[in-house]
Design a protein around this ligand. Structure first.
Ligand code: F6P
Length: 343
């Protein structure tokens, strides 16, 4: 078989572990493994690909990013086109494994619904894919946030400051909540459970009255400015898919300025940004990216097209692509409540 592999959407630590697992599993059984450059863009017209062999897959397990490259590409754009990708897959591959988040897996689902031999792999450090307990990159991002909070605690304490820490996460607060829990945040604001600035201010004041001269407040990038009583900017820049670039709205700066204005406490902002996405994957991400990558190859070999391996109850199983893309998985109340118990 000629098996294509691509990574699409934002990169995440652990992508290379999945590519390696797919590639080495397939090579061991005598198949050709074709790496597609830059996600769906690499399948428009003549495929932009290269053969993956043992040498090109060597040493990539601990590497961040993706050796295949990744771009956000609008397939509904006139120059793009799902039909063109469909034709390329049917002409050049016996199977294609697409590693990505909701956007990528929605396209994979469309392609499979139109007869293409496609299998998905769940990746997003936002951790918002439904059905699966594992998405490539999330564990590493949570570790980065926890370590950042450890570091920010000492400087916040030394200078008696509030530090507002903005995390990634798009529409959900997974990275903020679990990173904040692991790093001992003093307040966490996420889109799922909006709070007013009055509530954050009251909490910080209570801490100060009780003798703590500093506070670490974590806010997820997707929190609306409206929840703080401010208007969203009309001219917020959008990405290649027309989605607002959430980090450019500066919700962390906004919250920090407002807290400082109201309380008079010296306040700073730390936007963790792409540091959460870059660099070496955690051991957990390496292990589970390997598990879902190997399972995706097994699904191809078994002809289970239109499916995606997920983690459920500690076990890997294959479910229809529709199961992971149907809804956005939000932070459940009990996890958020657990984090807030220690504020
Ligand atoms: O979806 C993953 C993610 O890292 C989000 O958390 C973030 O909003 C977005 O990607 C940033 O994407 P880009 O690489 O297009 O700036």
């Amino acid at each position: 078989m000629r098996i294509g592999v691509l990574t699409a959407g934002g990169d995440a630590p652990g992508l290379n572990a999945a590519v390696r697992a797919i590639g080495r599993s397939a090579l061991a059984e005598g198949h050709d493994v074709i790496g597609v450059h830059d996600g769906w863009a690499g399948l428009i017209g003549t495929p932009n690909t290269y053969a993956l062999d043992r040498a090109s897959l060597a040493g990539i397990l601990p590497q961040g990013g993706t050796i295949l490259g990744s771009v956000r590409f609008d397939l509904d754009h006139p120059d793009g086109g799902r039909d063109r990708v469909l034709a390329t897959i049917n002409d050049h591959f016996d199977a294609l494994i697409a590693i990505g988040g909701d956007g990528t897996l929605n396209v994979a689902r469309w392609l499979a619904d139109h007869g293409a031999p496609v299998v998905g792999v769940p990746k997003t450090l936002d951790n918002d894919l439904a059905a699966t307990e594992y998405c490539i990159g999330f564990d590493t991002a949570v570790g980065v946030v926890a370590e950042a909070l450890d570091r920010l605690h000492t400087t916040a304490a030394s200078h008696h400051r509030i530090i507002v820490v903005e995390t990634m996460g798009r529409a959900t607060g997974w990275v903020a909540t679990l990173g904040g829990l692991a790093g001992g945040a003093d307040f966490i604001v996420i889109p799922e459970f909006p709070v007013t600035i009055d509530a954050v201010e009251a909490h910080v004041r209570r801490r100060h009255s009780a003798g703590s001269s500093f506070s670490i407040v974590v806010v997820a990038e997707g929190v609306t400015l409206a929840s703080f009583g401010s208007a969203e900017p009309d001219d917020a820049p959008v990405d290649q898919l027309g989605r607002v670039q959430l980090a450019r709205r500066s919700v962390g700066h906004h919250l920090a300025e407002e807290l400082e204005r109201r309380t008079g406490f010296d306040t700073r902002t730390a936007v963790l940004g792409y540091v959460q996405r870059g660099g070496t994957p955690s051991a957990y991400d390496r292990i589970n990216a390997t598990r879902v990558g190997a399972a995706a190859y097994d699904a191809v070999r078994a002809g289970l097209f239109g499916s995606v391996p997920i983690l459920r109850g500690g076990e890997i199983e294959c479910v229809p692509l529709a199961d992971v893309t149907a809804t956005v998985k939000v932070v459940p109340r009990e996890i958020y409540d657990l984090a807030t118990r220690f504020f």
